[in-house]
Design a protein around this ligand. Structure first.
Ligand code: ATP
Ligand code: MG
Length: 420
């Protein structure tokens, strides 16, 4: 036997035992997003490298360190590290600005970033997200946050920390950047290499640094005073206040985090992040915000926009222990003809069911049922003779015998109860 080829570092197979939960996450996305008027868009997994350099920003970690880029026919191509740039490209290319606003799109799919793999951090991972185009009012920001929360709730996740911030607009932000640089400059030599590089190009990103010694510097009172002192202009402040009022009205709990700047260059005004209290250090499940200048920067008609992306692997690990991948029914019988008929009837009626094909003894079949299903449907000689069926609840081990004709009604009730 030759060398065994293994899966690439930072990538994973999604196994049959896990895939049901992925379907669940995708199904809930379709449900929650389409109820709010979003349509799905599927863009290619690779795009021109330039799209990300211009779209995500060439001062970001994503573009500088994390992209999978290769040459083909003298073209530079990149596996998408995120999907906002791709969706914006499609929006422009298909003239979607001519559609009546808002244009609401959602997506799901794999993304690629060359980073150090660890729990909750892969090189191929999946995101689900929305983008809404054409609305400059904070109503859109509030809707995006509300939908993110509704989607997470639909997965059974409610222990959430929602952080919001306003980055201001290009106008007021310039002033802030200048002030920030002024107070940080004396400490420049003590900052990490990344921060030193970002100091000129993108000083806001300094606030995002995870290095302890940098964090200490940014906590110095003099620097904090600049960070905490509201720099945003009147219009931006009003936008932010209105958003907060909408969130209050919706009963959504949030906190304002003035250090929240997010890793991508395209944001202005609202940024937000949602963390789950059940995850370890990689606890951010959702990041988003407003990006009013991106469509224009990528060559389209000036169109305001807001959106978010969620990491599906992180969602998966949060709901993993809640999963129920069991069949509804396992038929236990030594009468194979009756069994085959019953199985067909169950499956035709949308009830998941299986049976033993190898004619094992009754007790062996019961063991299999306990492993695979929620209910054992027992068809013994007596039951068949009396047109009955015995149902054993494999969770509680209680058993009852009912009329064969009532079986589907009974199972459908169970199915309904499970979905509520
Ligand atoms: P982080 O600070 O954790 O690197 P980020 O700011 O790079 O996150 P975004 O680009 O905003 O993340 O992506 C949105 C979400 O996608 C994140 O909140 C996270 O749940 C998920 N995500 C990002 N990178 C990865 C990755 N390498 N592996 C798995 N999930 C990821
Ligand atoms: Mg990252």
């Amino acid at each position: 036997m030759g060398n065994i080829i293994k899966v690439q570092k930072g990538t994973k197979d999604i196994l049959p035992s896990e895939v049901e939960l992925w379907h669940f996450m995708e199904q809930k996305a379709l449900e929650v997003f389409s109820y709010a008027g979003y349509s799905e868009i599927r863009t290619p997994i690779f795009e021109a490298t330039e799209l990300f350099a211009r779209g995500v920003g060439d001062t970001t970690d994503i573009v500088n360190k994390e992209m999978y880029t290769f040459e083909k026919s003298e073209r530079s191509i990149t596996l998408r590290p995120e999907n906002t740039a791709g969706v914006v490209r499609a929006f422009i290319e298909h003239g979607m600005h001519r559609l009546s606003a808002p244009v609401k799109l959602w997506y799901k799919g794999p993304m690629f970033r060359y980073e150090r793999p660890q729990a909750g951090r892969q090189r191929q991972f999946h995101q689900v997200g929305i983008e809404m185009f054409g609305i400059e009012q904070p109503t859109a920001d509030a809707e995006a946050i509300a939908i993110a929360v509704r989607y997470l709730n639909s997965l059974g996740l409610d222990d959430l920390d929602i952080e919001i911030n306003s980055l201001g607009c290009p106008k007021c932000r310039e002033e802030f950047k200048d002030k920030l640089k002024e107070v940080i400059k004396p400490h420049l030599n003590n900052l990490c290499e990344d921060c030193q590089n970002r100091f000129e190009k993108n000083p806001l990103r300094l606030l995002d640094c995870k290095v302890e010694s940098c964090k200490e510097i940014y906590a110095i009172p003099e620097i904090q005073a600049v960070i905490q002192n509201d720099f945003i202009c009147e219009e931006c402040a009003e936008h932010f206040e209105t958003l907060k009022m909408y969130l209050d009205n919706l009963g959504i709990n949030y906190s304002v985090n003035k250090l929240l700047v997010r890793g991508l260059d395209y944001y202005n005004r609202t940024v937000f992040e949602i963390k789950s209290n059940n995850l370890g250090s990689q606890n951010a499940v959702c990041g988003g915000g407003r990006y009013d200048s991106l469509v224009k920067n990528l060559g389209g008609t000036d169109t305001p926009a807001v959106g978010f992306a969620m990491g599906m692997e992180r969602l998966f690990s949060l709901i993993e222990d809640k999963q129920n991948t069991k069949l509804t029914a396992y038929v236990v019988s030594t009468n194979i003809e009756e069994t085959i008929k019953l199985i067909a009837e169950l499956r035709n009626n949308g009830i998941s069911a299986d049976f033993d094909m190898t004619n094992k003894k009754f007790t062996k079949q019961m063991e299999k049922a306990a492993k695979l299903a929620e209910y054992a449907l027992i068809l013994g000689d007596d039951e068949i003779l009396n047109n009955q069926i015995s149902i054993k609840d494999l969770n509680t081990s209680t058993q009852k015998t009912i009329n064969r004709n009532d079986l589907l009604v009974f199972l459908n009730q169970i199915k309904q109860a499970k979905h509520n």
